[in-house]
Write a protein that binds this ligand. Structure first.
Ligand code: BGC
Length: 716
């Protein structure tokens, strides 16, 4: 529809009809088949509110959606179609690895394909908008929602946010096989105090801008159609009623023109936050701060109209918000075809088909991070396994099909391939000597003793991460550690495969295992993907998107921290920023991950050592050589440190990465362009700018970079 026609439509609407466009109703208000993702208030919406509602959350299924939309259109005074929104976080029916695992792939093109495949399934099932990507930067592994993030680095988060949006939306004109993306949660939801979900965030503007805001901004630049507010308060003001965040930064600075939606009942929560007296007050604060849609609370539905008629709120504010909602409906083509992609035959053709499954398997393999792989007596590393050697598998994850996170709302356990299913399937085609141990008894002890390798499949349950799933101690469950200790006495050739929605404290697991593989929550094809890696059909290349702490007490621990006046140096002088009882360094740092082959990186060289002016580009390069016996992919990473600024600067920052695949013996020059723009930071006067002076560059395969790096100067 031409935009002009939308204005005409808006003019014809009554105030009540307009307000209802800003109301998002939970699916269960329509019928039982919906999926609610939060507490639903017992109070019912009125029939008029339901029949005029602008959007619905949690209703899927092509037939359901078509039927409800048809009824809605027939009853709506202007026949305005409804928007169907849903959280499609890491897959719809075919489930891909959790976003943290996707971050570990360092493979944006793959992440884009996963989002595209998820959009395809979701749109065939009637979804118009997904509440993804979650672009919150995360540093505290106790927070259960780190699983939904792509990690601790603003650059990686920005790249992955963009990739997901490209995949979900498929470009500016979102065709019927794609869905609109909603970047969330604006802002800084990933920094709750103590890692406890929904807790307050206290963050300097400096850190907010340096670390937390870039990924949301990247989402806007990539053209996401919606943005979601966050539950938390930021420096004393709840994000959902924070005009500085939403008007000044989001709309003015970042020039976001799309729809701003609240999080689930977050407007009503302004009362419990203690900044609104009642729902009417909450509605006023939220709309005045710029929130367009009220998700799942009654505040807008019951109070906006009266706020306007009593002269407190200008109708213009409502009109602007409604116009953004109408524009979104228009972009999605709903005025031409209110059913969009919803099509039962497409659902059955696409859900879990071979292509979808193959992609899920590929993505899972690429998300795995090999943390340890010891060399055995015969000079061979313990991994990969060889099929002809005897391997026992045990631990709670061997037979589990719980390979999805709590956010895989439409994923079904029965569709997931467990490790044991994958083993039996693999055995059909090749020689494979394995034994699955269900209970530790005398017979199995003998079996374990005689095995060449023991694969222990452990980790958190999928419900131990996700929303409202913060943990005070991020250990592997005690029962599993006891099993590990017992095994260690019997046969120390242990390969620990660790499932989790977050970095865990893996000290003991790592000490007592010869190999450790982090596999996150890998999704539908988890079992198959794992065997691909364990048996060497796929050489792992994942890198940690978030540091694995040495222990919980070390949190928050992240590689790109600011410098201090008394850094922890090797010389052991007492007055230093060190712990007495634990190291400062995490157990496994950001960007770290091993391969079955060995890559050698030459020292970093620069094309020239002085960057003259803003147009000058320095090329930093290394030669990467595969020194091992198998083909592998290395993720080559470039880090830069600004040696002196007007504020303190991070000790290093990721500024680029490249995936390089090399055959045995092959080598390649890997080059990175260093531009002046990369050197800018949020300076004290509030402007992003670079400053003349010295910088250090490292190109390496982890954030734990070797040596001093090489220096260059900026002279503008
Ligand atoms: C979550 C959001 C989610 C929304 C709708 C909230 O509880 O914080 O991330 O999109 O529910 O399901």
């Amino acid at each position: 529809m031409e935009e002009q026609k939308l204005y005409h439509l808006l003019e014809k609407m009554t105030l009540e009809e307009k307000v209802n466009q800003l109301v998002q109703i939970p699916a269960s208000a329509f019928e039982k088949s919906g999926v609610d993702t939060g507490d639903v208030e017992e109070r019912k919406y009125t029939q008029r509110q339901i029949s005029q509602a602008g959007s619905i959350i949690g209703m899927v299924g092509a037939e359901n959606v078509r039927r409800i939309q048809k009824h809605h259109m027939e009853n709506h005074p202007h026949h305005i179609p409804m928007l169907f929104m849903m959280d499609v976080i890491h897959g719809f029916r075919t489930i891909f690895p959790i976003p943290l695992g996707q971050g570990a792939s360092f493979h944006p093109e793959l992440v884009e394909r996963c989002a595209k495949a998820a959009a395809r399934e979701a749109s065939s099932s009637g979804v118009h908008v997904t509440f993804a990507p979650m672009s919150d930067l995360v540093r505290d592994a106790r927070w259960g929602r780190v699983m939904e993030a792509t990690g601790e680095d603003p650059y990686l988060n920005s790249i992955m946010t963009r990739a997901m949006i490209r995949g979900f939306q498929g470009g500016c004109d979102i065709d019927y096989q794609h869905v609109a993306a909603c970047t969330k949660h604006f802002a800084a939801y990933g920094a709750p105090q103590g890692g406890r979900d929904y807790n307050n965030v206290e963050l300097s503007e400096h850190s907010l801008r340096e670390y937390y805001l870039p990924a949301y901004k990247a989402g806007i630049q990539e053209g996401c159609k919606l943005m979601m507010t966050s539950f938390n308060s930021l420096n004393g003001v709840p994000a959902t009623a924070n005009p500085w965040l939403m008007k000044k930064i989001l709309r003015e600075e970042f020039e976001f023109e799309g729809v701003l939606i609240s999080d689930w009942r977050a407007i009503e929560e302004l009362i419990t936050h203690g900044i609104a007296e009642n729902e009417r007050d909450a509605a006023y604060l939220a709309i005045e701060s710029g929130v367009d849609i009220d998700m799942a609370s009654h505040c807008y539905a019951d109070h906006l109209e009266e706020l306007v008629t009593s002269g407190i709120l200008e109708e213009r504010v409502i009109d602007e918000a409604v116009f953004r909602v109408l524009k979104l409906k228009n972009v999605l083509g709903l005025f031409e075809n209110p059913y969009r992609g919803a099509d039962p035959s497409e659902e059955s053709r696409i859900f879990l088909n071979n292509n979808q499954r193959a992609l899920s398997r590929e993505a899972a393999r690429e998300s795995f991070v090999l943390l340890k792989n010891d060399i055995l007596e015969k000079k061979l590393p313990i991994l990969p396994l060889s099929g002809c050697r005897k391997t026992v598998f045990l631990g709670p994850y061997v037979e589990s099909q719980k390979l999805h996170s709590s956010w895989a709302l439409m994923g079904r356990e029965k569709d997931a391939v467990s490790i044991s299913q994958a083993l039996y399937e693999k055995k059909k085609g090749e020689e494979l000597h394995f034994h699955i141990i269900k209970n530790m008894n005398e017979n199995s002890v003998q079996e374990i003793r005689e095995a060449d390798a023991v694969v222990l499949c452990i980790g958190e349950d999928r419900m131990q991460s996700g929303e409202a799933a913060s943990r005070g101690d991020i250990c592997v469950p005690e029962q599993q550690l006891s099993l590990l200790r017992r095994l260690y006495e019997i046969n120390s050739n242990i390969i620990s495969v660790v499932f989790s929605g977050r970095p865990l404290d893996l000290r003991e697991v790592s000490e007592k295992s010869k190999a450790v593989l982090a596999v996150w929550l890998p999704g539908t094809e988890g079992g198959n993907a794992l065997l691909d890696v364990l048996y060497g059909n796929y050489n792992p290349s994942g890198k940690l998107p978030m540091s694995f702490p040495y222990c919980t007490g070390q949190i928050p621990v992240f590689y790109n921290h600011y410098s201090t006046g008394r850094p922890c140096l090797k010389e052991n002088t007492p007055y230093r920023s060190c712990y007495l009882d634990i190291p400062n360094a995490p157990l496994y740092p950001f960007g770290y991950g091993l391969s079955y082959t060995k890559f050698l990186l030459s020292p970093t060289t620069l094309s020239h050592a002085v960057m003259k002016g803003e147009k000058d580009i320095i090329t930093a390069s290394v030669i990467v050589k595969n020194e091992g016996h198998v083909t592998g992919t290395e993720i080559v990473q470039m880090y830069i440190r600004d040696r002196k600024g007007k504020t303190i600067r991070p000790v290093k920052e990721l500024k680029g990465f490249q995936r390089v695949q090399l055959a045995p013996g092959e080598e390649q020059i890997v080059e990175f362009a260093i531009t002046e723009e990369m050197l800018r930071y949020h300076s004290p006067d509030g402007v992003m700018r670079s400053e003349n002076g010295k910088f250090t560059v490292w190109i390496d395969n982890s954030s734990d970079t070797r040596g001093e790096g090489v220096e260059f100067c900026l002279e503008k």
